[in-house]
Design a protein around this ligand. Structure first.
Ligand SMILES: Nc1ncnc2c1ncn2[C@@H]1O[C@H](COP(=O)(O)OP(=O)(O)OP(=O)(O)O)[C@@H](O)[C@H]1O
Length: 634
């Protein structure tokens, strides 16, 4: 009964808003109304039926792997909520920070119905495309929200009732969303409370990592709650606030903008490091209880090793040339020379960049990774450079500092830089020249100090030629290029497979690779490079019988019946024929360099002489494919 009264009210609100163009204030909750207004002003048409295709299963697997850490950290809560979901004909959903559904579990019958309206893994439930919905609207509003039946923007979604809470990392960034959804006729009254509590625990666990070298203040109004998942947490580097949970900020009446600006003495009167919980007097006058742990007591990484195997290699595996390139990249980054990492997909560009960060003096500062290909063109500038209040429709009320400023003191990693729109390229160039950021919508320029690492799988120099990438930016970011080899180009693949196997915990799990299995794995081309190799080895370790050798028959057909590709055959054959560094590409490059020299540096003539395209020649000379790196002088 109560439900149908609520349903009538929503119907009245819809009529007033969508048909009559009036304001349904009081008939729907304010966040729902705000969302309807945003959707309408962003051009969504309430009469449409959104057509949403999930991404391919390969792309989804890659996204899931990219968010492996988030998935691992949320696993206990996902498992607990899955039980609850099964009992209440619901599903529990985990998304990334853009609303992309990564996992969904619970009642299979309802999962089937939900997938008919595209609520399924591989679809991004962001508000811009899907209209008002709990996941997307929680992301925009940055707070937990329930969206029931007709409160959804589009008709087909009225069959859903959903409760979602955003997951914030300790720097206030959106890491993902946890959601419980069921059929609109069910209305699971505790769903919002359940996801909120679960998210509180997840966020609390996020503090167990990433803050080596920082001191942590854990506190609460009630002394008994210090040390539980409900405690408030603030993290300080020296005495500067660098991380927090929402409760920590809330108890001190702060928001995320306090990070990196507020200092401990501005928050509390005289707090000392202590093992015991003590009374703390905040500068706002309240009495709280807590303890401040010194830097040495903070674990740098969680010791969460799954029972069998690990989902990430403990240490990345690098061939000798890549290790040498890593050392040089660290030194260059410390000298503020931008480094560009080039390599095929899955070759380990981000892993490499993270090692550069960890090995450099900037390792105690942030590592901000931005995938330029994943950000919509319309958002990339706002995300990177930040914006002032009211800079554009949908902008957050207090504006946003932007990722460049968040990288201050650390490293900014721009992945897939080749996909950055030209307008953003121009802005980025200005920041690199002036070392200061001007937010969208104007405002005071803010000085920034970050080292820049970029990565791409695309031939950037050729993009410059075709006008898709600014040459001035190219010369600035590509002062030093690291070429990560594709796995098929690595000479001793057996040793490599063995090291990745052992890094993933295969040896510890007591699973032995037989010689013939190892040889078959090493003979395969691995077009998806490290990503594919480590995914395959993880699966083999998980499925193997501990204590027994891994038989050849355990390998999938594509590896067993694999015949080396022409490229691989060429490079294997060429090893016997070519000089010095032993690669065919070195020989090719040498021939190209000689032709350019013969033609007095005229690339077009040299290309004609070689019978190849000028852009191919240019690319091959810039991208040194026979070794790990190229220094390119502007
Ligand atoms: N050197 C390495 N040793 C062991 N495993 C690695 C190494 N490099 C990458 N991996 C594995 O491969 C996965 C993909 O790596 P990464 O994201 O760095 O690749 P990428 O080149 O940036 O890919 P993309 O171009 O698709 O973004 C990682 O999650 C990791 O599991």
């Amino acid at each position: 009964m109560a439900q149908s009264v609520a349903g009538d009210t929503v119907e009245a609100a819809r009529r007033r808003f969508f048909l009559e163009g009036g304001s349904p204030e009081g008939l729907v909750a304010a966040p729902i109304l705000r969302s309807w207004q945003r959707c309408s002003s962003n051009g969504l048409d309430v009469g449409d039926r959104p057509q949403l295709e999930p991404m391919s299963s390969t792309a989804l697997r890659e996204e899931q792997e990219r968010h492996d850490l988030l998935r691992r950290i949320t696993r206990p809560e996902m498992m607990a909520l899955r039980q609850e979901a099964k009992l209440t004909d619901s599903v529990v959903i985990l998304t990334d920070g853009q609303g992309l559904v990564l996992e969904m579990a619970g009642n299979p019958e309802f999962a089937g119905r939900a997938s008919r309206v595209a609520l399924r893994p591989g679809v991004a439930w962001n508000e811009a495309a899907i209209g008002t919905n709990a996941i997307g609207t929680a992301l925009v509003e940055r707070r937990p929200i329930g969206v029931h039946g007709g409160e959804h923007f589009f008709e087909p979604h009225r069959i859903l009732t959903c409760a979602a809470a955003p997951i914030f990392d300790p720097r206030g960034e959106l890491a993902g969303v946890l959601d419980m959804s069921s059929h609109a006729s069910i209305r699971h009254v505790h769903a919002l409370g359940l996801v909120r509590i679960a998210v509180e625990q997840i966020e609390h666990r996020l503090f167990e990592r990433d803050f080596a070298g920082c001191s942590v203040l854990r506190f609460h109004e009630e002394a008994e709650l210090v040390g539980t998942a409900r405690e408030a947490v603030l993290v300080f580097e020296g005495d500067r606030l660098v991380g927090a949970n929402r409760r920590g900020l809330g108890l001190l009446k702060l928001d995320w903008s306090a990070l990196d600006s507020v200092r401990l003495p501005e928050l509390f009167e005289g707090v000392d490091v202590s093992d015991e919980i003590k009374a703390l007097r905040s500068r706002t006058g309240s009495i709280l209880h807590g303890r401040l742990a010194p830097p040495s007591q903070v674990a740098s990484r969680p010791a969460a090793t799954p029972a069998r195997g690990r989902s990430e290699a403990r240490e990345p595996v690098f061939d000798a040339a890549t290790s040498a390139a890593l050392e040089r990249a660290v030194r260059l980054v410390e000298a503020d020379v931008p480094v560009l990492v080039h390599g095929e997909t899955g070759a380990g560009k981000e892993v490499f960049a993270r090692r550069v960060h960890a090995g450099s003096r900037r390792g105690s500062g942030p590592f901000i990774a931005v995938n330029c290909a994943a950000l919509p063109d319309s958002l990339i500038e706002a995300e990177l450079f930040g914006y002032e209040e009211g800079a554009f429709t949908g902008a957050r009320r207090q504006g946003q500092s932007g990722l460049l400023r968040q990288a201050d003191g650390g490293i900014l990693f721009l992945d897939e830089i080749g996909d950055m729109p030209l307008a953003a390229q121009g802005r980025l160039l200005r920041v690199l020249q002036e070392r200061q950021v001007v937010p969208l919508g104007g405002g005071t320029p803010v000085a920034v100090d970050f080292a820049l690492l970029c990565a791409t799988h695309r031939p950037l120099a050729a993009l410059v030629e075709s006008g898709g990438f600014r040459s001035d930016l190219y010369f600035r970011i590509a002062q030093y290029v690291v070429e990560l080899p594709a796995l098929r180009e690595i000479a001793d693949r057996e040793a490599l497979v063995r090291r990745v196997w052992s890094g993933l915990g295969g040896d510890e799990a007591g699973v032995r690779l037989t010689d013939e299995t190892l040889a078959a794995l090493a003979a395969y081309d691995w077009p998806g490079n490290f990503r594919q190799l480590s995914g395959m080895l993880k699966a083999l370790i998980a499925l193997a019988e501990p204590g027994k050798p891994l038989p050849l028959a355990a390998l999938p057909a594509e590896i067993l019946h694999h015949r080396p590709l022409v490229g691989a055959q060429v490079s294997q054959r060429s090893e016997a024929q070519v000089p010095a560094d032993g690669s065919l590409s070195a020989l090719t490059r040498e021939a190209m360099a000689r032709a350019v020299e013969d033609c007095g540096g005229n690339l077009s003539r040299a290309a004609r002489k070689l019978g190849i395209d000028r852009s191919t020649l240019y690319r091959r000379l810039i991208w040194k494919s026979g070794g790990p790196e190229t220094r390119h002088s502007p």
